[in-house]
Design a binder for this molecule. Structure first.
Ligand code: GDP
Ligand code: ZN
Length: 347
């Protein structure tokens, strides 16, 4: 661990890594085993937005081998995957922390979806992790290399790997992307082959691929360290259900990274606030006309921008609704109290 744990050690605390977050607590991997834990009341009080422990966090805790351990501190995070809280547009939830490499996994079958890859990439860039695109099930594709080249064109600045778990193809190249001691995650839609990849790495069926979907959260954590797996070569893979759902992004900065070619173009528009809708001297239009910028890619960029705005608006509406309900509840309590003061008349 590159982080300075000394002050926590002096306080008598043990280091641990959060591998699972439940509604009512955490599972933390430590030197003394996998422990159930809760955040100390003071930590919860002090926690700023996103300050609660999250999957992947290094924490300082007091171990309680039989009962519930107490988490006293969350160590500074190197990277964070976030998502906007459902009940507030301004609140940000940390989905996972300290991820070094994000494998954006998608399968080379009929529904290879470029837009989806762009969204996952945006989430990965935004987090601070290094994204790597993984195209799975190459055994099902007539021309995996051509498909990879197309994806490489939209994933500027990140490696694109072709693998087949079935044929054992490309797995070493994938492992080579993660250094010993680093943590990686597999993100991508359900069914693209993430569990199969993890199993392939372990060289055995770590988990029955279908079983994981059917079992509930409670039943899943009896085997220790199941979610934080040591890979051959010394890297770690964090494989938790929550992590798999990352990618519904609200990450404008991340979008910029994936479409950096378009952003660079836009710098050359004559007007700073060019909307690229037909202004004179628009570099984006010029690139579209000359064929330098692919119209499909431009359309994706536009669409993503619109979706981000829509997602934001929806989150804000939800926040207003939550506030309205809170006030309504307060009012009800207030009225009830008033009635009680008037002599317990309940109508
Ligand atoms: P996950 O939901 O992303 O974890 O996907 P799974 O690992 O459960 O895989 C979904 C399906 O794809 C399963 O039926 C796998 O057997 C199949 N699958 C996974 N990898 C490959 C592969 O390399 N080639 C082929 N043909 N099928 C695969
Ligand atoms: Zn323009």
């Amino acid at each position: 661990m590159a982080l300075d744990f000394a002050p926590h050690a002096r306080a008598g605390h043990t280091p641990g890594r959060v591998v699972v977050q439940h509604r009512d607590g955490y599972l933390v991997v430590t030197d003394v085993g996998e422990l159930r834990a809760k955040a100390a009341g003071r930590l919860l009080q002090d926690a700023e937005e996103g300050g609660y422990p999250a999957v992947g966090d290094w924490v300082a805790l007091t171990p309680d081998l039989a009962g519930v351990s107490t988490i006293h501190a969350v160590l500074p995070r190197r990277t964070v995957f976030t998502r906007r809280a459902a009940d507030s547009a301004r609140k940000v939830q940390v989905v996972a922390a300290n991820i070094d490499v994000a494998f954006v996994v998608t399968s080379l079958n009929a529904d290879l979806n470029h837009r989806r890859i762009e969204r996952y990439l945006a989430a990965a860039w935004q987090s601070g992790a290094r994204p790597v695109v993984v195209l799975t099930k190459s055994d099902l594709s007539a021309d995996p290399e051509a498909e990879a080249a197309e994806v490489a064109a939209l994933a500027s600045g990140c490696p694109v790997l072709v693998v087949s778990a079935r044929e054992g193809r490309g797995l070493d190249a994938l492992l080579a992307q993660v250094q010993p001691g680093e943590t990686c995650v597999l993100i991508g839609s359900s069914g693209v082959g993430k569990s199969t990849l993890v199993n392939a790495f372990l060289g055995r069926a770590r988990m029955a691929v279908d079983e994981i979907r059917e079992s509930d959260h409670q039943g899943r954590h009896t085997t220790s360290h199941r979610e934080l797996v040591l890979l051959p070569g010394g890297a770690l893979i964090l494989d938790t259900p929550g992590m798999r759902e990352v990618g519904l992004i609200d990450a404008e900065e991340g979008v910029g990274e994936v479409f950096d070619d378009i952003e660079r173009l836009a710098l050359h528009c004559r007007f700073n606030d060019c909307t690229h809708e037909g202004e004179p001297g628009c570099a984006v239009r010029a690139a579209l006309d000359s064929g330098e910028l692919d119209p499909g890619r431009w359309a994706n960029f536009r669409k993503l921008g619109v979706e981000l705005a829509a997602a934001e608006e929806k989150a804000e509406r939800a926040a207003r609704e939550a506030e309205r309900r809170r006030l309504a509840a307060l009012q009800k309590t207030y009225r009830a109290t008033k009635r009680d003061h008037r002599g317990g008349r309940h109508d």
